[in-house]
Design a protein around this ligand. Structure first.
Ligand code: PAF
Length: 261
């Protein structure tokens, strides 16, 4: 079995955990490093997206990865911006999709192309981009790709901040403030653990924590069904709490599982 980890590079511990899982579970382990222009909107950080290919290759090597695929933009999109793309469907209009129009069309289009290159395989995605993970699973089911999707837990800094390549944009003060996303989610998970089943209160718990942080601005807080990504009214089965907020320059996202059992 081929284990495949699609990435945009600038590796951190989150990427390493995906590389390790692919290495441990598969005969051949491959990574792709490609900053995909199609998934960046106008005014987003395509030009400044952090890159360090030499360091990434050294990390891939240290993790025992057999193969790194690092195409140029012209190789991936030889005819320029593609006219035929993957329609990500209605789920992609919500949350991240509402804030970043066109983003998931770009993600699914490049992931579909990468899956064509790699073929039958097991592909590893981080749960930090939870909506992306759900959409990739759906694409694989709906379009019958011969790829098994594996979701891997969010990797966190010691204070709980979800690891992200974009964390390098944070100033020291913003870096301290950024932990409010995880703190809000943790408070929400505790509320559910303590018996609260009302989604409104859970969402308010997250929003209140972000609103209390002067350097952060809430984009959304939501609770969705884990499998369908539909909104839920009451917590009766496993669900995900998701949050997005701008802290200084970057928009950060994070999520945790809510387990009412
Ligand atoms: O999660 C990412 O790094 C990207 O969205 C992906 C899946 C590599 C597609 O460009």
């Amino acid at each position: 079995m081929v284990g495949f980890v699609p990435t945009m590079g600038f590796f951190h511990e989150g990427h390493r955990s995906l590389l390790r899982a692919a290495r441990a579970e598969c005969d051949v382990a491959a990574v792709s490093i490609f900053v995909n222009p199609l998934q960046f909107g106008p005014g987003e950080d395509l030009a400044s997206y952090p890159r360090d290919v030499d360091r990434d290759l050294a990390i891939a090597d240290a993790e025992g990865i057999d193969l790194a695929f690092m195409p140029h933009v012209e190789e991936m999109y030889p005819g320029g911006t593609p006219e035929v793309t993957v329609d990500p469907g209605p789920l992609a209009q919500r949350l991240e999709g509402a804030s970043r129009p066109g983003h998931f069309r770009g993600v699914l289009t490049v992931v579909a192309k990468l899956f064509q290159v790699v073929g039958r395989s097991r592909a590893y995605f981080g749960e930090k981009d939870f909506q992306q993970l759900v959409l990739v699973r759906r694409m694989v089911n709906d379009l019958s790709f011969p790829v098994e999707i594996v979701g891997c837990p969010v990797s966190r800094e010691p204070d709980g901040l979800a690891m992200s390549s974009r964390n390098v944009y944070l100033s020291p003060e913003e870096r301290q403030a950024a932990v409010c996303l995880y703190e809000g989610l943790r408070a929400a998970a505790k509320r559910v653990h303590d018996g609260d089943r009302g989604v409104e209160q859970v969402v308010a718990e997250i929003a209140d924590r972000i609103d209390a942080e002067p350097l952060a601005e809430l984009d959304y807080a939501a609770v969705v069904d884990e499998a369908t990504f539909e909104d839920v009214d009451r917590l009766e089965g496993p669900a995900r709490a998701l949050v997005s907020a701008t802290v200084g320059k970057p928009r950060l996202i994070d999520n945790v599982r809510l387990d009412p059992a």
